[in-house]
Design a protein around this ligand. Structure first.
Ligand code: HEM
Length: 391
């Protein structure tokens, strides 16, 4: 996305009389005194089902709507053209909604902030220190050995102990260790390194684990896709050989399966921005300070952008002349503040799938629905009805 060309210059909204105007003219659910739409949201299943309610509101009000929950006002966007407009106008230091309790906790412990909560130039400094290692495919590929190590045994370390252990071991100046390289090449303080690493874990564990769960679930319900995937794995990774990042390069179907699973069952349904300048989106001018919710799930589940959108169909990502708008599938967010762990997460899940599918057939143990509940990330509503049969 960072390099893609404009896909559309005009964004036509659903509202007929949308001249350039402020928040009040944006449609949205009834805004009752004091509570706003809070009671309506609670009636729709509460916070656990907020993602469903938001998709419902997008269906009802269109690509953009505004909502008030108590005193919390937000504008929601759910169309590729609006995401693209936002992306094109993004400033140097995009901001997400503040996570005040997490900031307060870090302050109380006299600890630094990591990427989830840092802002402005400090955010950019820490981001660029990690970005070189985490967003560059050739660098992430080097982590495949470590990923395989973690996949085959459980390692539990806390951030500080792990960092100190590594820095001590590498104090002889040798390079090649992920954290040591960042520490020595970026001038981050140890405190900043601890904080950044802690927040990489906060951002990376539940998200990746649940994406893994959902892809296992989707494969259990789609045995043809699973068989096709197994064949690709067997064709590319010789029996008995450890799957590596180099293998994944030649596995388009594996990549398509993960992409499709993250479309039909994302683990993160939306992200946010706090606008740091007045911004025109579609027909509306949103003022500085507006909280914007970017609903990637509403877009990914919209039939307008994905034919037979409910179906798990990895093949849709492999068509030569794909008509899929790149802004229609953004499970890792967009722009300068997009997920920094994206490539690592994808590699982790792809390698894990190679390990699992080579040894087991994943079968569905029932065909009843499994809902997604919002618990920070989208988690299955019940124990996954899957079994692993030894091949
Ligand atoms: C941010 C999703 C894995 C670390 C984000 C955002 C999303 C996201 C949607 C917000 C982006 C935005 O606002 O535009 C996911 C998903 C994952 C995943 C679906 C797994 C499948 C990871 C991993 C790590 C990680 C493995 C750590 C290695 C972070 C951090 C941020 C972030 C630190 C904040 C970045 C910043 O503000 O500069 N992630 N993530 N994530 N993610 Fe991930």
């Amino acid at each position: 996305l960072q390099h893609c060309k404009p896909t559309s210059s005009v964004c036509v909204l659903d509202s007929k009389d949308a001249a350039e105007s402020g928040l009040d003219s944006i449609p949205g659910p009834t805004n009752w005194p004091l509570f706003g739409s809070l009671i309506e949201l609670l009636r729709k299943g509460g916070l656990k089902r907020q993602h469903e309610a938001l998709i419902h509101y997008h269906k009802k009000f269109g690509k953009i709507f505004q909502m008030k929950l108590g005193s919390f006002e937000s504008v929601h966007i759910g169309a590729p053209c609006l995401l693209e407009a936002l992306y094109r106008k993004e400033s140097n230091y995009p901001q997400r909604l503040e996570i005040k309790p997490w900031k307060a906790y870090r302050d109380m412990r006299d600890e630094a902030y990591g990427l989830l909560i840092l802002e402005g130039k400090d955010w950019q400094r820490v981001r660029s220190a990690f970005q070189q290692k985490l967003m560059k495919p050739t660098e992430v590929m080097k982590l495949d050995g470590k990923i395989n190590e973690v996949s085959s045994q459980s390692i539990i370390l806390t951030a500080k102990l792990y960092i100190d252990k590594n820095l001590k071991r590498q104090s002889n100046g040798k390079t090649g260790n992920f954290l040591c390289d960042i520490y020595h090449q970026s001038h981050l303080t140890k405190k900043e390194l601890y904080a950044a690493t802690t927040e990489l874990q906060v951002g990376g564990v539940e998200t990746t684990a649940n994406s893994m769960l959902w892809v296992i679930f989707n494969l259990s319900r789609n045995p043809c896709a699973q068989a096709k995937l197994l064949k690709e794995i067997q064709d590319v990774v010789p029996a008995g050989e450890t799957p590596r990042a180099e293998h994944i390069k030649n596995m388009p179907y594996l990549k398509a399966c993960l992409k499709e699973s993250m479309r039909v069952s994302p683990s993160v349904p939306f992200t946010s921005r706090t606008l740091d300048k007045d911004t025109v989106l579609g027909d509306y001018t949103l003022s500085k300070g507006t909280i914007l919710m970017i609903n990637s799930q509403a877009i990914a589940s919209n039939e307008e952008y994905f034919d037979n959108g409910k179906q798990f169909r990895p093949e849709r990502w492999l068509q030569e002349k794909s008509s899929i708008n790149p802004f229609a599938h953004v499970p890792f967010g967009i722009g300068k503040r997009m997920c920094i762990g994206r490539r690592l997460a994808e590699l982790q899940i792809q390698l894990s799938l190679c390990w699992i599918l080579r040894d087991y057939e994943i079968v569905a143990t029932d065909h009843e629905p499994v809902d997604a509940l919002h618990a920070g990330t989208l988690v299955p509503s019940r124990e996954l009805p899957v079994a692993f049969l030894t091949l």
